[in-house]
Write a protein that binds this ligand. Structure first.
Ligand SMILES: Nc1ncnc2c1ncn2[C@@H]1O[C@H](COP(=O)(O)OP(=O)(O)OP(=O)(O)O)[C@@H](O)[C@H]1O
Ligand SMILES: [Mg+2]
Length: 340
């Protein structure tokens, strides 16, 4: 069994090749849920992710956001790799692995800026047998024993290239991606990653991580809202409001369109300027791809300011999931060739 996991600062994304799982990269201590039954049917779709590692109980994702009194939502990279990544990865496995005892292989990604430094540590953290407990929405406990026999770590945006290069069964299908020089801009929640895939190879020279994630724009919009109504809104709650163009606070509706337009424009300019500077000498680049959940929102603004041809991303999937689908395909490709 093969699983791809993309642990972002905003969202953890995972796939077993059939299903996709997305949850907020937030976890917290679990509390006793006194009323386990839902009062209204509408909450049925909420994902219940609850695990126990070494006797420490955790709520993960939306559940942590709603129920945990103290939540970790880390933006610190070292802490992220050493503690959060394991909790978030096991949380994903608790949903995707259906047998209590299972052996699996994993492909995971790290931000470009931390790839070299943390690649080994992340592999060591994950490549072992994990014993933990998974607790479902009704309180039923399952002891899990997941043996992770092999782990591959990729620079995050390379997932998107792999997704285009490889077919659904992990066989290279798109020659263009194997022979061309492609720049990738991955706009995430906190970071924007730049990298180059040169004939299918990752080039460290054209790579960079900046703090220009979509949260930059969200923070600005949040500050403006605070001015208007004196309420602090956690930025990871703003996505839907920004998407729909307005937000209702204490019954009053606020129009978010003008401030959103301005903030996106500014952020896109910063992102495009960095790309143009970073790749100034890479005039032989064939094309540029924009990916990541933030890319879905900012691509129209960024595109206009880039020096180069932009390949539109396939619209068949949530932008946040292109990397992780690529990880999965890369796993198929890697372990297929080895085992032949
Ligand atoms: N359907 C959606 N629901 C929520 N957010 C979405 C959705 N589609 C796009 N987004 C945007 O995607 C962003 C998160 O993108 P992504 O999952 O790629 O970031 P990340 O990988 O978690 O962050 P980083 O790369 O900085 O670690 C959100 O902040 C939001 O702006
Ligand atoms: Mg990301």
């Amino acid at each position: 069994m093969l699983i791809g996991i993309d642990i972002g600062f905003g969202f953890t994304k995972a796939t077993d090749g059939k299903d996709f799982l997305v949850f907020k990269s937030v976890y917290g201590e679990s509390v006793d849920l006194q009323f386990r039954e839902n009062l209204l049917q509408t909450e049925k779709n909420d994902e219940h992710i609850q695990i126990e590692i070494d006797d420490t109980p955790y709520f993960v994702g939306e559940l942590a956001e709603r129920q945990s009194s103290s939540r970790s939502f880390t933006l610190d990279q070292h802490q992220f790799v050493s503690s959060s990544s394991k909790i978030l990865a096991l949380a994903a496995l608790s949903k995707l692995v259906h047998e209590p005892k299972q052996s699996i292989k994993l492909v995971v990604g790290l931000p470009i800026g931390h790839y070299r430094q943390y690649k080994k540590e992340l592999k060591e953290t994950l490549q072992t047998t994990h014993n933990f407990t998974s607790v479902d929405a009704n309180g039923v406990r399952t002891e899990m024993q997941i043996a992770v026999s092999d782990v591959r770590v990729l620079p995050q945006p390379i997932g998107t290239v792999m997704d285009r290069l490889l077919g659904a069964t992990g066989i290279p299908k798109n020659q263009r991606f194997a022979s061309d020089k492609i720049g990738i801009i991955d706009v995430g929640f906190r970071t924007t990653d730049y990298t180059i895939s040169d004939k299918g190879r990752y080039s460290e020279r054209g790579s960079l991580t900046t703090r220009n994630g979509i949260s930059r724009a969200f923070t600005k919009i949040g500050a403006k809202l605070k001015e208007a109504c004196n309420i602090d809104i956690e930025i990871y709650r703003l996505f839907e409001a920004i998407d729909s163009g307005s937000i209702k606070i204490r019954g009053k509706s606020y129009d978010l369109k003008p401030i959103t337009e301005r903030s996106f424009q500014q952020l896109a300019t910063a992102i495009a300027t960095d790309a143009n500077t970073l790749w100034a000498d890479d005039w032989d680049m064939d094309a540029i791809m924009i990916t990541g959940g933030g890319g879905a929102v900012l691509a129209p603004y960024i595109e206009k300011q880039l020096e180069g041809v932009v390949i539109p991303i396939k619209q068949d999937l949530d932008y946040r999931l292109h990397n992780v689908r690529g990880y999965y395909k890369f796993g198929l490709y890697t372990w297929r060739t080895k085992e032949q």
